[in-house]
Design a protein. Structure first.
Ligand SMILES: [Mn+2]
Length: 394
C-alpha cells in the first residue's frame, strides 16, 4: 500500500489578513510602532514556512494591506520581503480583499509598485484569474473590487465540468454566513466548495483560524486567520494553513503557528493572582490588558506597586510585559484601619488624612486620593531626608 505522502500532488501555503500598515493608536507610540512592525516581521516567517515545506504555491487571501493606499513605508516593506526570496518556480498569489480592494487608485494598480514585484508574484487583478498549478491542478481566484459588496465572489468560479478530474482550488475574500450574521460583506456560501466542485477553498477575512463549516473537513474551506494578531478578541489568530492534496483529491490541512505576539486580557482579583502574574515567564511577547480588581491593605498596596513596576518597567529597567495596558481603576486601598494608623501622626498630617478620606468618597477622586493616602503613610513610616535633618547630624 502506498503511503499518503507519495500521493501528494499539490502542496500549498494559505495565508490572509496581514493588514500591513495597521496602526495601534490606543497604545503608546513606542508600543504602537512595535506592533506595526510585527506585521512586517511575520511575513519572513510565513515565507520561510513555505520554503521549508517546499510548497508549490503561496495563496494570500486578501486584506494584505490595511488600506488600498498604504504608506510608502509598508509598500517597500512588502517589496523588500518578496525580493529577498530567491524563488523561481513557486508562485505567490496576492488577492485584493475588502480592506485593500482592486479600485483604480489601489496599490495593486500602482505601476511602480507592480514593477518592483519579483516575477514569481502574481496580483489577482482581473475579475476571475484562472491559472494552472503543477500536476494538472488549477487555481481560480476572485478579488474584491470594492470595500463592500453583496454578491458571493465564488459565484464567478465555473462549476466543475463533467469529466474534469483536476484538483481545483478557489481563492476569494469575504465572510461566510454560517455564524448567523446577516450583515455580511462579500457573503460566501458555506457550501461554495461543494457547489463549485473545489477541492480546497482558500478564504480570508476572519482573523482566527477555522474550518467553514467547523465540522466539514472535506472539501475544506479555511480561514487561516491573521498571522499576527491585531486585537484581544481574535480567537486562534497567529497561523497559516499548510495544505497537502493527494491524487484522490483529498486535502489535508495543518495549522502552523507563525505569529510572535499573543494578546491577552486578564483581571487580577487578589494579591496571590498578581504575584503569580509577576512570576510568569511568557510575558515578553504579550500584549496584556490587565485589569486590577482588588482591595488591599497599605502593606499590600506597596507590594502591588512594586510588582506593577516590574511588569511596566521604568526608564532604567526593562518591562516584563511586551505591551501593557493597565486599568487600575478598581484597585482600592482598604481604609478600615486608617484611624489607628493616623493616630500617631502630627496634627497637620492627620488633617491631610481627613481631607483625603473625604476626597476618596467621590468616585472620580477615589483612586487619586487613595494613592495620596498610601504615599502619606509610607512616607511617615520611612522618614526621608527632611525628617532626618530635624534631629540629625547637622
Ligand atoms: Mn476583510
Amino acid at each position: 500500500m502506498k503511503r499518503t505522502e507519495d500521493d501528494i500532488v499539490l502542496k500549498l501555503l494559505h495565508t490572509a489578513d496581514w493588514h500591513l500598515g495597521r496602526r495601534f493608536p490606543r497604545f503608546s507610540p513606542e508600543a504602537a510602532r512595535t506592533l506595526s512592525r510585527a506585521r512586517r516581521d511575520v511575513l519572513e516567517r510565513i515565507f520561510h514556512e513555505a520554503e521549508r515545506n517546499q510548497v508549490d504555491a503561496v495563496l494570500c487571501a486578501g486584506d494584505l494591506f490595511d488600506t488600498a493606499q498604504p504608506d510608502e513605508d509598508f509598500k517597500s516593506a512588502l517589496l523588500q520581503v518578496l525580493n529577498g526570496l530567491k524563488w523561481k518556480h513557486r508562485p505567490v498569489f496576492l488577492l485584493p480583499g475588502n480592506h485593500d480592494p482592486l479600485v483604480p487608485e489601489s496599490v495593486w494598480k500602482d505601476p511602480s509598485f507592480r514593477k518592483a514585484l519579483p516575477d514569481f508574484v502574481r496580483v489577482v487583478d482581473r475579475e476571475l484569474l484562472e491559472v494552472p498549478l503543477p500536476n494538472d491542478c488549477v487555481l481560480y481566484a476572485v478579488p474584491c473590487l470594492s470595500r463592500a459588496g453583496q454578491s458571493d465572489p465564488t459565484a464567478a468560479i465555473p462549476l466543475r465540468a463533467a469529466g474534469d478530474a483536476r484538483v481545483r482550488i478557489g481563492l476569494v475574500h469575504g465572510s461566510t454566513f454560517d455564524a448567523g450574521d446577516w450583515k455580511t460583506n462579500f457573503p460566501i456560501s458555506k457550501d461554495a466548495a461543494l457547489e463549485r466542485g473545489l477541492d480546497y477553498l482558500a478564504i480570508g477575512d476572519t482573523h482566527g483560524f477555522r474550518f467553514v463549516p467547523p465540522d466539514r473537513k472535506q472539501p475544506p474551506t479555511i480561514y487561516p486567520g491573521t498571522p499576527e494578531p491585531t486585537a484581544f478578541d481574535e480567537h486562534d489568530a497567529g497561523h497559516v494553513a499548510l495544505v497537502f492534496i493527494n491524487r484522490a483529491r483529498q486535502a489535508m490541512v495543518q495549522k502552523r503557528p507563525v505569529g510572535q505576539w499573543k494578546w491577552e486580557e486578564l483581571t487580577v482579583k487578589s494579591m496571590d493572582e498578581l504575584r503569580l502574574l509577576a512570576r510568569r515567564t511568557d510575558l515578553a511577547a504579550r500584549v496584556l490588558r490587565l485589569t486590577l480588581d482588588l482591595r488591599v491593605s497599605t502593606v499590600e498596596y506597596q507590594e502591588a506597586e512594586a510588582l506593577l513596576g516590574t511588569l511596566e518597567g521604568s526608564a532604567s529597567t526593562h518591562a516584563r510585559v511586551g505591551v501593557l495596558e493597565l486599568d487600575r481603576e478598581k484597585l482600592s486601598l482598604d481604609l478600615t484601619h486608617l484611624d489607628a494608623l493616623a493616630a500617631g501622626l502630627p496634627a497637620v498630617l492627620q488633617a491631610a488624612v481627613k481631607r483625603l478620606r473625604l476626597e476618596a468618597q467621590k468616585p472620580e477622586q477615589r483612586a487619586a486620593a487613595e494613592r495620596a493616602l498610601f504615599h502619606l503613610f509610607s512616607l511617615s513610616k520611612h522618614p526621608g531626608p527632611l525628617a532626618g535633618a530635624k534631629g540629625g547630624a547637622a
